[in-house]
Design a protein around this ligand. Structure first.
Ligand SMILES: [Zn+2]
Length: 736
């Protein structure tokens, strides 16, 4: 009996030695060395969660990750030596990673347990401490045996749980994660990334059921996330729209009108709803009404040009019944010398006339809207979008117009993770709408039955009150907001802050932002924002001082490439000097503000995220005018971060998506070109070859087309979606 007991004690001491050495070595190798040695080309950025400064944080982490573990290995002052390490791992667990999924927190969690155990148990017999003092207490060694067993069992079951569903190997992975910036393999389980690194280690996650995809050396990045898109509305109408996005001549654009008109049945319209400007055409001018009438004499045509103009042919005017007597509040109908409408609609002072004319046309049936939304999400997937934040939009009524996307979410067919904001539709009823909505729904409820955060309402905006809408139309002077704006906005902000509803507000000009900030700060004095997320949308001419005020109130800015479509007009009106700082994206980033990148598609700008990335990478408009000096441009990788990690903040998801990292959602894309090295102009031709959302392939083409799940063809059958590549206007090869 006594012999056995001694044997057990000796085993425990060996076990203690083993765990001291194993865990301390792992701490030193994995977390210590990278803080002092250049492994990935950059020394790891050391976080400063306690706000004590970078140098102090660096010294503490070197002590905790290298010096103290050496003491633990030697068993010299071992209990004392666990304390700095425990301090750092518990800080990581509690301060840095508290809101993260368990899979992210497990590293600091396990380290904390093991070092706590050494603190309790002491170093055991095989230690300098023991030689200098005395042998360990019996009870503590028994306790340590139990704890060791638990940890060993836990790590075994962890290993079993880590069999991947999917491994992508042989990829050139740009992780956008500062800890491991480059990798060649990624392992995925149940929609989450469980490993990022090299091929050999990825093998550990392989089982018989694991699907392996060879990326053939292509570049992989996290899925793109457009932080300001109108894709719910875009989806409801997509099958009806002929898109001129990326078409390079008026000649081709008019041909497309004609071709599509020939297929369009009686009673239907041919419509082009935004996404283009004349500067993309080699002719560098707008089409004329005469050209449009010649191309399509017999079917109604409606063409939307930015927030500025609408073109209608004669058949279109007849359909909507506009004549010499028609007048429009918030818009003009151009008349010829005889007082007859020419077909040109002018947004002056607002775009109301354009949108209210557009809704006079026929819409899709429910069945067609479901199909249309699926086609549109697939198109976004093709361009590398895996997430988008919907900023509401005129005519986008809640809850009715949200039901199609919701139905798809419930059926697991929504392939773009969507967070959406509720937009006040009726003038004079804005506060009432928000009172209703805040009593009926709460932010962040997920309606997607197949993946986390697949479809969730996230807050209010971008229109909070019509009195605050400063439409950007650089063809016209800056609009002045009415005197009563503050009086209408304030009770809405009070309501939203007290209900803890995140909100976003459309704001193009500094003059408007100044007045919004006055309201926000006043509300904050009585009802503190206290970390509530809120967003300035667009912010083209936001000032330095306003950036400071936005930061102090905890806001972020969602920027888009509207200047790429309207930059030439902005320069005409305000000058090239002013344009070179519009929007001041570098200042926003330097100030440490959350900044998300997006497109503001579909009605004004194109929804193609690469046009937005091109705009920042080249500093040019779509027509090639240099807006920003080259020395002020951001690096390609920083631009990608804006449309991934940056945008994730705007739906409170920065801890779950935006980089390729263990514990993050498995939303990934394989690119058709090497984004980091190609010429600026080629960025416009970027596409995804393989798009993975929540660990599932949702789109694949070319060499990866064998993986493509596909979608049914578009309905109605005559939809332009069945006939054209959506970007560039080329005919589709085969029509089912
Ligand atoms: Zn807006």
């Amino acid at each position: 009996m006594i012999l056995n007991k001694n044997k057990l004690l000796a085993n425990n001491d060996l076990a203690l030695l083993f765990i001291r050495v194993a865990v301390s070595m792992s701490m030193i190798i994995v977390h210590g060395f990278k803080k002092v040695i250049d492994i990935h080309g950059t020394i790891e950025h050391i976080p400063d969660p306690l706000g004590i400064g970078n140098t102090a944080s660096a010294i503490i982490s070197i002590i905790a990750n290298i010096v103290a573990p050496v003491f633990v290995i030697l068993g010299y002052k071992a209990r004392l030596a666990t304390i700095p390490t425990l301090g750092v791992t518990l800080t990581g667990l509690i301060l840095v990673h508290w809101g993260d999924p368990l899979a992210v927190r497990d590293v600091p969690y396990l380290y904390s347990i093991v070092f706590l155990f050494i603190l309790l148990a002491g170093p055991g017999k095989y230690s300098i401490d023991n030689i200098r003092f005395k042998s360990p207490d019996k009870k503590i060694t028994q306790l340590s045996t139990v704890l060791l067993t638990v940890i060993v069992l836990a790590s075994c079951s962890d290993k079993e749980a880590m069999q991947a569903d999917l491994i992508v190997k042989n990829a050139n992975i740009i992780t956008l994660d500062d800890e491991i910036p480059r990798a060649s393999a990624v392992a995925i389980k149940e929609g989450e990334i469980i490993y990022v690194g090299n091929e050999e280690l990825a093998e550990d996650y392989k089982s018989e059921e694991t699907r392996i995809i060879d990326a053939q050396g292509k570049m992989m990045i996290p899925g793109l996330n457009d932080s300001h898109l109108h894709h719910i509305r875009g989806g409801l109408n997509y099958n009806l729209e002929l898109r001129w996005d990326g078409v390079t001549s008026i000649k081709r654009a008019l041909e497309m009108l004609k071709e599509q008109a020939n297929r369009t049945p009686e009673g239907q319209w041919v419509r082009v709803v935004g996404g283009w400007s004349e500067f993309q055409f080699e002719e560098r001018r707008l089409p004329t009404l005469q050209e449009i009438n010649e191309a399509v004499p017999d079917k109604p045509v409606f063409i939307l040009y930015l927030y500025s103009l609408g073109f209608m042919n004669k058949a279109g005017l007849e359909y909507v019944g506009y004549d010499s007597l028609t007048s429009y509040p918030g818009g003009e109908i151009q008349l010829d010398s005889e007082g007859i409408p020419t077909g040109l609609l002018v947004a002056k002072p607002s775009a109301l006339i354009l949108y209210s004319t557009l809704v006079k046309g026929p819409s899709l049936t429910r069945e067609e809207q479901i199909n249309s939304t699926m086609q549109y999400m697939r198109e976004l997937n093709r361009l590398g979008i895996t997430s988008a934040i919907d900023a509401g939009g005129g005519g986008q009524y809640y809850p009715n117009n949200y039901e199609v996307a919701q139905q798809l979410a419930k059926e697991g067919k929504l392939t773009v993770r969507t967070a959406y904001y509720l937009f006040a539709q009726k003038k004079g009823k804005e506060l009432e709408s928000f009172k209703n909505w805040t009593s009926q729904v709460s932010p962040r409820h997920n309606d997607d039955l197949f993946k986390p955060n697949g479809y969730m309402m996230h807050g209010a905006g971008e229109n909070l009150t019509w009195a605050a809408a400063d439409f950007e139309n650089f063809l016209e002077p800056r609009p002045h907001l009415g005197e009563h704006m503050e009086g209408e906005l304030k009770p809405i902000i009070e309501l939203l802050v007290s209900k803890r509803w995140p909100f976003r507000i459309h704001a193009t000009y500094g003059e408007s932002i100044e007045r919004f900030l006055d309201v926000f700060e006043e509300v904050n004095d009585s009802i503190p924002f206290d970390g509530l997320r809120w967003i300035v949308d667009h912010g083209e001419t936001v000032t330095d001082q306003q950036l400071e005020r936005i930061k102090n109130l905890g806001g972020g800015i969602a920027i888009q490439n509207r200047m790429a479509f309207q930059g030439e007009y902005f320069i005409d009106r305000y000058g090239a000097q002013e344009a070179s700082n519009t929007p001041p994206f570098s200042k926003m980033i330097d100030k440490g503000l959350p900044v998300g990148l997006g497109t503001d598609g579909t009605r004004v700008s194109s929804y193609n995220p690469w046009y937005s990335i091109y705009w920042l990478a080249s500093g040019k408009t779509m027509g090639g005018t240099q807006l920003y000096p080259r020395e002020r441009l951001l690096s390609r990788e920083s631009i990608l971060k804006l449309m991934t990690r940056g945008s994730a903040w705007f739906s409170s998801e920065e801890n779950v998506k935006g980089s390729i990292k263990k514990g993050m959602y498995a939303d990934l894309i394989l690119l058709n070109q090497d984004f980091l090295s190609i010429d600026d102009e080629k960025i416009k031709q970027m596409e995804s070859l393989l798009t993975i959302v929540n660990g599932k392939v949702v789109f694949a083409q070319n060499e990866f087309s064998y993986l493509d799940p596909g979608v049914p063809s578009a309905i109605p059958k005559w939809s332009p979606v069945n006939y054209y590549q959506s970007i560039g206007g080329q005919q589709k090869k085969q029509i089912r």
